[in-house]
Each structure stands twice: as C-alpha cells, then as structure tokens.
Ligand binder design. Sequence first.
Ligand code: ASE
Length: 346
Amino acid sequence: MSSTEDLDYPQIILQYSSGFLVSKVMFTACELGVFDLLLESGEPLSSDAIAVRLGTSTTGMERLLDACVGLKLLRVELTQEGALYRNTEISNIYLTKSSPKSQYHIMMYYSNTVYLCWHYLADAVREGRNQYERAFGISSKDPFGAMYRSEEEMLKFMAGQNSIWSICGRDVLAAFDLSPFSQIYDLGGGGGALAQECVSLYPNSTVTIYDLSEVVQMAKEQFVPPEEHRIAFHEGDFFNDSIPEAELYILSKILHDWDDDKCRQLLAKVYKACKPGGGVLLVESLLNEDKSGPLETQLYSMNMLVQTEGKERTATEYSKLLEAAGFGDVQVKRTGKLYDAVLGKK
Ligand code: ASE
C-alpha cells in the first residue's frame, strides 16, 4: 500500500459517499436563484435578506449558503451586522441564468430529470436498460419519445444541451479545420448552439439543423434568432426519413445515445448522402482505450445507461463504426476538455 492511502481514515470513500450531496447543494442554490440575486444586488447580502427576497426559510437558507461557501461557490465576510455573502467569480460566470456561459439549464435538467433516473441505477445495471418506466411511468422503447414526453421536458433538455455548447462548442469545432466544408448538416442539432458556434467560427459555412419536427419548431421559437440566415432547418427523423446531400455532417453526442446496430444504420445512411470528398464529424466524450478513464466519461456512460440506448465509446470503437460505414482517413483529436472530435472522410 502506498503511503498516501490510509485504511484507518479512508478519505476517498467518505468523499465519494457525499458526492451526490455536493451536486444537490449546487443545483438547489441555482434553482432557488441565489446566484442571480447576488449578481443583481451588486452588494453582499445577509442570509436573512436572501431568505426574504427568495421566499425561503431562514434556517434552510443559512445552511445552504454556508455549504456553498464550503464549495467555494460563495464567499462570506463577517461584519458588525453579521455574515454577508457574495458570489465568487466562477459562480457569476457559470451559475447565473443571464450569463452567456450559464450552466443553469443543464443543472436544472440534471437536478430534476437525470437525478430521478439515477435513483434506479441498480435496476439499470441489473436489466441493462434505461429507467423511464420506473422513474416516470412511461415506456422506454423510444428513448427520445420519453425524453421529449412534454414540451417542458423537451425545452429543458434543449436548453441544457445549449448551455454545454456555450462553453465546449468552440473547442470541438476548432479541433479540425472545417473551412473546406461550406454545406453542413447538424444531425440532431437541437437548440442550435453548436450550429451558431459553427457559423461564427466558419463564416462561409451554412448549417442546417436536422431534427425532429417538434424540436425544430422549438429551436425556431426559442433558440435560433430569425435574422441568422446561415442557419437553416430540416424536419425529420434521421432513422426513418431521408437525409439530404451535404459536404459535412456533424453528429454531436448522437452516437452515444444508440447501440452499435443503430449507429451502423445511421452512419451507413449518412455515408450514402455524403458528397464525395465530404465527411462526418463526431463530437463525443472519448473513453481511454482500456476504459480506465476519464472518470467524467465513465460517469456519462452510466448516464447513457439510465437515460438512453447508448454508451460512451473509445476512439477505436468510433473509428471502427465509421470505417464499417465506408468512411476513411479517420482522424481523432482529443481536446483535453469534456468533448473530443473524430473526423471521417468519404
Ligand atoms: C444525451 C445527452 C444528455 C442524452 C441524455 C442526456 C445529457 C444529459 N442527459 O445525448 C447532457 C450531457 N451529459 C451527458 C451525461 O452526456
């Protein structure tokens, strides 16, 4: 045993045991609007003032604020009038609703939807399938039918995905020089934040968001500004409807939703539609070849188990899927961040 491990005080086990408490404290402070209030107020506030303004109990709010201080999401200062709380820089940027890099919506999705599926993780592992039936009483045969079971759920998911691209989009699109491709389809492009990053990074490109009809309607209404003429829309189900010809297809966090069989079907269809000289860009979180990490990706793969039909994969697994569909010259770029990029050519 190495000297850093201590069997009498196994700190790592205790930390892991309370990991879910940490997430829930951050989610709850977001949900109640603590970070938004402290940003708006422009001055540090007492726990009593925060509780009054947010309509909560003082005893609950005081403890929530102190836990946020422990997590370094808030700072506390002791004055004659008592303890005063303020946001940290990272909270201002990522945890307030109005910030351009806000992660508020993905937190709400994790806290109110994903969290409920994870309650049944042991069942998911036993059965090897998602847990919509147990968590929400709805059939899990069609995972996106289940995920989009109401307009509100669909909106939460789309807003959540958009918040991820507001911080990760640029890196994955810059991983390869995509300027040779001007006609781009973003298959399953959802709320369009990645498409928006794409046209801003590659000003000569036009991006068509291909997604289910109700998703496209929501994207037009809620997310993509109508004056953005480099973004177009195509309503369809990429498994059952035709895929138009283009130079580049982006599949961003799409293959991780599906089993190998469905991935092969989809990629074969994309290959057929693709112009010669064109390609496909996969944006995914890559597992190490021996699946020893990264931890974040291993956890995402568990999330795919409880929520979808898919899993996270290694670079070699994605390369094989691409090659089986006919794509060649497969290149892998690790960004060092959460999401990586794999490019295949026709
Ligand atoms: C999907 C992405 C997500 C399907 C279900 C999902 C996310 C949460 N639930 O394609 C967002 C990203 N998080 C993960 C775990 O990938």
